[in-house]
Structure formats: C-alpha cells, structure tokens
Ligand binder design. Sequence first.
Ligand code: TRP
Length: 361
Amino acid sequence: MSVDESIEYSSFEAAQAKSREIEADLLVHPERYRVLTGDRPTGRLHIGHLWGSHQNRVRLQNLGVTSYFVIADYQVLTDHDVFQNIAEFEKELVLDYLSVGIRPEPGKTIIFPHSHVPELNQLLVPFLTLVTNAELDRNPTVKEEILASGQKRINAGMYTYPVHQAADILFCKGNLVPVGKDQLPHLEITRMIARRFNERFAEGKAVFPEPQGLLSETPMIMGLDGAQKMSKSRGNAIMLSASEDETAALIKKAKTDAERHIAYDPEKRPEVANLLKILSLATGETPEAIADRIGDGGSGALKKALTEGLNEYLRPIRAKRKEFEARPDYVRQVLLDGVAQAREIGQRTLDEVRAAMHMEI
Ligand code: TRP
C-alpha cells in the first residue's frame, strides 16, 4: 500500500505564504494570537525537536503571545502498546520544556495533559459529527503513521485522533498552531470542523476561530545516519538531556563518507552536509563557512568541532534541566496549575457550545 500522493500537502505553498504574513503581524500584534500546540509524551526531546519546533515556541512566548501546550497523552494510545510510563514521560516533557525556556505563567503560558481536561474531551462528541469517514480515511499523516506502526488492526482512535486534536486546539479557541509539514492535514481538519460548527450549529456566528498554521523556517535536520528524520526510536538522535560524553560517543558513530576534504554539498554528500547543518544551528555560522574552516581536517575534525559546538550550545539547557529535575514538586505544580486553567477556559467554551446547539437546561 502506498500513501496517496495526490492529496498530500497540496496546500504547502499557500501555508508557507500565510505563515510569512502572520510572522509580520505577530511582531506588531502579538495579542491577536493564541498559540496551541503540543507533543505526545513518548520520550525525551532531541535536538531535532528543539530546532524544528520548540525554539520557535519559546520565541512566540517571548513575543508575548499567550501559549497553550497540550501534552497529548490520550494520543499515545492510538499507536503504542506500552502505557506504563506515560506519567513519567509527561514529567520528562515538562522538564524539557522548562529547560529550553518555556516559562509557565498564569493566563500566559499553560502546560496541561489533555486526559485531565474533561471539557476538552467532551467537544470530541459533537466534532465527530462534523467530519465524514471518507475525510478521515484520506488523511495522509494518519496513513503514514498506520504504516509506520505496523499495526494489523487499526483502532478507531487512530482514525479519529485528528478530530481529538481539533478539540485540543479549539477548546481554548487557539488560533495559531506552530506545526511541521506533517501536521498540516490535521490542521485542515480542525479548520473544517470550526467552519462547519459555526455554520451548522451557530448560524454563522464565529464560536470557533479557524486556526492558522505557522510553519517554522528551520530546515529539517536528519538523524546522525544522515538518511532518516531524527527520531529516538531510530537511534539516530541526540537528546537534549544526553551527557556531554554520550553526545561525543553518538557523534563519533555518525555516518560520513570516504572523501577527505569537507565541503557543504547537501545533494551529493547528505551525511556530511547534515552534520555541518547541525553545527551551524549550534554556532550561528553558515554550513559553508564551517566546511571551509575544516577543509582537509576531514570528518574527524568535523566530528570534533560538532561535539564541542553542540555541547557548548546545550550546556545551559542541560544545566537548567538539572535544576528543575531537583524540583519535582514544582514540575507537578506546573501541570496542576495548567489543568486548572485549561478546565476553566474549557468550561466557558462548553457553555457557549451548548448554547449554540440549543442544549441548555
Ligand atoms: N499530533 C501531534 C504530534 O504527533 C501532537 C498534538 C496533539 C498536537 N494535539 C495537538 C500538535 C494540537 C498541535 C496541536 O506531534
């Protein structure tokens, strides 16, 4: 079975153009936006997460945008068989958030697991009536995840989790969703649900906003094998929380090529180019300038420079993580405060939803 390419990411260019427009407006009107984004609690974050998305979240927070971060623990049930460590992973995620600079603050920056917010989950019921089975069946990201999970029998939660994700976004009326390309089909479903809800149940009144995606400009970095996306399960990732020695050992094993002279050539030499790109993200130099400097030093010198540059970049993040690791009560409190605030806003939304649907008593 192959993924249907024809409908895949058809609106990518449009989404990019819109993102640039929003970026400009964000600088002048951060108060117009409410960010909602999130992660599944499946493990610690790695540098691909940091540069691909979390750094961007911190930037938006620091621009003064109200930000909700959902820890999508229910979503883990759709394609994982091991649930024993979900609570532990949630705390790890909070530690990673705190260490990269997300600062929980009442009414401003809120972190919560959606399993603790009944008001959010309740929206799933009316939302499920606003999409068709065929629409859910077409979602290319869900198809890819089904293939990747190797599941033979697909549970209904897998097909419907994009609707659940719409509830994540809309329960607090999030209108800006920083996402990677793979999440665009889900965002399309959220927009459709918001639009259809307003038309069908609210006589066109905008109970829900149609949220915009915000694509990050960072180029995707590959794993240390240079061949696949960086991910913990593929064993090609450097975790934010890795020690300096672990980082050195991973980079030592990274794939390069037989050519001695180091040059930046993403087409012909993807592995070397990827290491240069990672170092460039850590130091702010261009990959070309780094390649020039290393030149005939070969991959040994490149790996040494990368180890030093990356460890230096991650040092303050790792130090901050250690500080928060020593404060488990604070980490728990962050989640409890987040849940309380999420429930409050969810209750207000649910009241409006019931009123729109003529279900008040
Ligand atoms: N599906 C997202 C992922 O796999 C996680 C997620 C859950 C999310 N709810 C969300 C992302 C809402 C953005 C907005 O990474």
